[in-house]
Every structure is written in structure tokens, then in C-alpha cells.
Write a protein that binds this ligand. Structure first.
Ligand code: KG4
Ligand code: ZN
Length: 354
């Protein structure tokens, strides 16, 4: 089984070829649109869609070349079918449908979040069920992964996602986009204890997240430190370290509650997994590993390149679905919103995303 995966839901144009038994990444290529969006300090949907259009063919060509195969060797083609910026999703879905139609192979529409959720199984033999902390630029959730297509959401954010907290924080500190890696770099030179920023939701029952108050607290701290002048490099580093610490502490507090629920519901479950772009953060990975160890769980994190958006996770999720016969018709409609657990209890909050 050889599956081509296509990812175009945000600002990475990516393609990869994966195969099973054992799971192997045969080839992959990512074009990161960071430079295109940097002048705007965030992602501009139409700029993203046009860049996907410009670069997707090239990424597919590269991934196939690295895998040393042609289209004729493919068993199926998978693309992110949502959720995401709809212009980009349409580009990837149309390309995948065209390949499937021309080659007479199955098309698989992959939920981007399922791509993140299953990515770990491409690189490690993690069995279902496992507890997943999914932390990206658009999503922040704790889920029990029961199987392919089977998710129980324990908590989600009532306003910003963890990645958004990093991105917006970086903007306030004058650091470049994307904010996560920039904050992580700056934090290495900073003192995380200097600014006592709030730990949103900490100590509260449940597993929901909130980050907008943290952003406000950071804005006030920046204004105080800057005064009438510019923020000094050491102040920016200390603020970055304090922000990263507050985000991590909040994520850990929520994950601790989720572990208790997971252990009660799934006594056979053995593993805590982290995925999504924020999972590339080394400090977060270390702290989650400690938490899992204290809780008697194994901790597995995909390598950082597999945490940020990529085609391999979409190809892999496509392969997992293909071998269960879960393919999609060519009239599949790209979906801007697509919850992993449609039965999840709706959350209340200022900026809840459906
Ligand atoms: O999964 P992803 O590539 O795209 C989405 O699906 O959203 O995640 C991107 C997010 C951005 O918010 C970015 O700032 C964050 O992941 N990120 C990080 C790190 N690398 C990427 N956050 C913290 N530390 C990092 N090293
Ligand atoms: Zn993502």
C-alpha cells in the first residue's frame, strides 16, 4: 500500500508518500509560506490559497521523486478535506480528486486534526486507546483516541488555541511570525520567574482551555516595561520565557485532569501523546514526559517535523482509513469546519470556535 498525502489547509504546502508494514515515509516535501505571510504578521487566507496553487504540483513531484515512484505505484491519494482555510483546502482536495480520477485509485478526505492525531503511529507502535493533547495554531484539545475515526473530546479551548497564544504573544513582543519557534528561542535567554503571568483555568475542574486573559496580561506587562521607549532585549526574553511557562503550566494542569479521566475510562490505555505544531516545543515535551511518568503512562511525541503541518500525517491517516475501507466519493465537499468528535458537549466562552 502506497499513499500520497496532500496538506494545504493552512500555510504549509506539503505532499508525502507513505507505505505500511512497517510504516515508512518514502518521500516528503514541504513548502512553508512563512515569507509570504510575514509582512502581514499572520496568515492571509487568499495569499495562502494562491501560494498553494503555485507550489502544490512541485511538492507532489518532489515527494514522488524522493520515493522513486510514479503515479502508477499509488494505491490511493489522500488530502486534507478540512477543517482549515477553505481556499487552501479546495486547492488540495481538487488536486487529489483529479489524480484519483485520472489514475482510477481511491480518494480519501482526511480531517486535518485526525492527521495530527494519528501521526504518531507512523513513527511508533502506539496502540489505541491513547490520550492525546492536540495543540496547534487553530486547535487546542484533549481527546481520547479510541481508533481511526473514533474520538472522545475531553476538553477544548473557549477562546484562543495554544499556538495562537504563542503567535499573538510574539507579535506583542515584536518577535517574528510564526511566534512559537520565536518565543521558544527568546525564552532560552530569559528568566521565566520574572513576570508572574496568570495560568488560565489552572485548578478548575474539567479539561477546557483559555488563553485570551493571558494575552491581555502580557499586553499590560509589555506596556509597563516599555514605558515610553522600546522593549529592551532582556525584558523581551524574560517576557517570552514567562509567557511560555504560563502556557505550558496551563496545558499541564488541564492534561493532569484529562489523565485522571482517561485512566478511569480506559484502564487498558497506556500512553499520552502530544501532536500539532506546538508539540514541537522542547520545553513542553519535557514537562509532558515528566507528567506522564508520574502518572504511570508512557509518553510519545512525533519528531518536531511531524508535529507542524506536513503531508506525511495526511498520507498516514489516509492509509489508516484506506485499509479499513474508509474512502470518499469524488463529490466530497471541502469543509471549513469539521469537528473530530461531533458528539462533544459544546463549550461556552467568549470566542468559542465551533
Ligand atoms: O499544526 P500547525 O503547523 O498548524 C495548524 O494546524 O495550526 O501549528 C502551527 C502552530 C503555530 O501557532 C506555531 O506558532 C506553533 O504551532 N509552533 C510552536 C512551535 N513551533 C510551531 N509553538 C511553540 N513552540 C514551537 N517550537
Ligand atoms: Zn495542523
Amino acid at each position: 500500500m502506497m499513499v500520497l498525502g496532500i496538506e494545504t489547509s493552512c500555510d504549509e504546502t506539503a505532499a508525502a508518500v507513505v507505505s505500511a508494514k512497517p510504516p515508512v515515509l518514502r518521500g516528503h516535501a514541504v513548502f512553508s509560506q512563512t515569507a509570504e505571510h510575514r509582512p502581514f504578521g499572520g496568515i492571509v487566507p487568499e495569499v495562502a490559497a494562491r501560494a498553494h496553487l503555485d507550489h502544490l504540483d512541485g511538492m507532489i513531484e518532489q515527494a514522488l521523486a524522493e520515493a522513486r515512484i510514479g503515479f502508477d505505484a499509488l494505491s490511493a491519494v489522500a488530502a486534507t478535506g478540512g477543517p482549515g482555510l477553505i481556499g487552501g483546502v479546495i486547492v488540495g482536495v481538487m488536486e487529489a480528486k483529479a489524480i484519483a480520477l485520472a489514475r482510477g485509485i481511491p480518494f480519501v478526505a482526511v480531517n486535518h486534526l485526525e492527521g495530527h492525531a494519528l501521526s504518531v503511529r507512523l513513527v511508533a507502535p502506539v496502540e489505541f486507546p491513547y490520550l492525546l493533547l492536540l495543540v496547534s495554531g487553530g486547535h487546542c484539545q484533549l481527546l481520547i483516541v479510541e481508533g481511526v475515526g473514533r474520538y472522545r473530546r475531553l476538553g477544548t479551548t473557549i477562546d484562543d488555541a495554544a499556538g495562537e497564544a504563542f503567535d499573538k504573544g510574539a507579535k506583542l513582543l515584536g518577535l517574528p511570525y510564526p511566534g512559537g519557534p520565536a518565543i521558544e528561542r527568546a525564552a532560552k535567554e530569559g528568566d521565566a520567574r520574572r513576570f508572574p503571568l496568570p495560568r488560565p483555568m489552572a485548578g478548575r475542574p474539567g479539561c477546557d482551555f483559555s488563553f485570551s486573559g493571558l494575552k491581555t496580561a502580557l499586553r499590560l506587562a509589555v506596556a509597563r516595561e516599555r514605558g515610553a521607549g522600546a522593549l529592551q532585549p532582556q525584558d523581551a526574553a524574560d517576557l517570552a520565557a514567562s509567557l511560555q511557562e504560563a502556557i505550558i503550566a496551563s496545558l499541564l494542569d488541564r492534561a493532569r485532569n484529562a489523565i485522571a479521566i482517561f485512566k478511569a475510562r480506559c484502564p487498558m490505555g497506556e500512553t499520552l501523546v502530544v501532536a500539532g505544531g506546538v508539540a514541537a516545543n522542547a520545553a513542553l515535551r519535557r514537562r509532558l514526559e515528566t507528567l506522564a511518568g508520574e502518572s504511570g503512562l508512557a509518553f510519545v511525541a512525533p519528531p518536531p517535523w511531524l508535529c507542524t503541518d506536513n503531508g506525511a500525517m495526511i498520507g498516514w491517516a489516509g492509509l489508516e482509513r484506506l485499509r479499513l475501507g474508509m474512502t470518499d466519493a469524488l463529490d466530497f465537499p471541502p469543509r471549513p469546519r469539521w469537528p473530530l468528535d461531533p458528539g462533544a458537549v459544546p463549550v461556552r466562552g467568549a470566542g468559542v470556535k465551533a
